[in-house]
Design a protein around this ligand. Structure first.
Ligand code: SF4
Length: 284
């Protein structure tokens, strides 16, 4: 592939653009906005994606070294956030099409090119999506994948309480590890406060955690040892989520020397969550 093709990326039939550069941080997938999919997954079934970020780049309050969209600075957007109206209209048109031709969605998932709660009208859009879901596919669940950085905003907190699956990322509670792997943009990020705020959902949340191994810039990034898992389990106990989802890297990552946690390592951690009386879903 030429340098030019690497930089432009390759557009797939589904509208996603895949960048496969050899340069660190510059490989990733940029999703169309505001609607993408549906994607068929073994775990979620038929998932229709809502991407509240611009369709030509990434916007996130984290900059994870494993992010499937690549590093923030590699894909700065030129477009704006989609408007509330355009999200509602595009979703309605897609749901109408799915009603007529199928497939029926099992879940409407807020995900895509970054952190969905950064959209300034996030709470209003949640209300719109709930109304549309109720009208077209009342059985479908609504899921939001968030890194939890904006849950201190009352409007975001209240909106997340309304969805079926309020899925909040917390990879560890070790501040140095968070700075190295999740790389929050704000220097104010405080994991202790995030854990306390997550507990205020009173069980109406799902914790999602990435376990991985390997190195980043020569430093070990494994978070599967007791040094990381034990304090994380304590945080899980404080939050008491309805469920925990643990997973590992799946696709090519922007940081080149990351490795998957093995199924046995993930199962071991999953068993320890279950022993707290909290269901745990493990994806390899
Ligand atoms: S929080 Fe999610 S979208 Fe944001 S950088 Fe991390 S993996 Fe990517």
């Amino acid at each position: 592939m030429s340098k030019d093709e690497e930089n432009k990326g390759t557009q797939r039939q589904d509208g996603t653009i895949v960048y496969s550069s050899e340069t660190e941080g510059k490989r990733g997938i940029i999703f169309p906005s505001p609607i993408f999919g549906p994607i068929h997954s073994r775990r979620l079934g038929v998932s229709l994606g809502v991407n509240l970020l611009p369709g030509d780049g990434k916007v996130c309050s984290f900059d994870c070294i494993y992010c499937e969209c690549g590093y923030n600075k590699s894909f700065p957007p030129h477009q704006k956030f989609p408007t509330r109206t355009s999200v509602r209209q595009a979703l309605q048109a897609k749901l109408q099409e799915m009603k007529e031709k199928g497939p029926e969605p099992d879940v409407i998932t807020f995900a895509g090119n970054g952190e969905p709660t950064m959209h300034p009208r996030f709470a209003d859009i949640i209300d719109d999506v709930i109304l549309l879901r109720n009208e077209y596919f009342p059985e479908a669940k609504i899921s939001v994948l968030s890194n939890a950085t904006r849950i201190f905003r009352q409007d975001v907190f209240d909106a997340l309480l309304k969805v079926d699956n309020n899925i909040l990322k917390i990879d560890t509670i070790n501040p140095a590890y968070i700075r190295m792997v999740d790389r929050p943009i704000s220097t104010q990020y405080n994991v202790e406060k995030i854990v306390s705020r997550m507990a205020e959902f009173q069980g109406k949340c799902i914790v999602q955690t990435m376990f991985l191994k390997g190195t980043h810039k020569g430093k070990d990034v494994s978070n599967i040892s007791d040094e990381f898992v034990l304090p994380w389990l304590e945080a899980i106990q404080r939050i008491r989520p309805s469920e925990v989802m643990i997973y590992t890297i799946d696709r090519t990552t922007p940081s080149p020397f990351l490795e998957k946690a093995t199924p046995a390592e993930l199962d071991n951690i999953g068993d320890r969550v279950q022993s707290l009386g909290i269901p745990c879903q493990v994806s390899y």
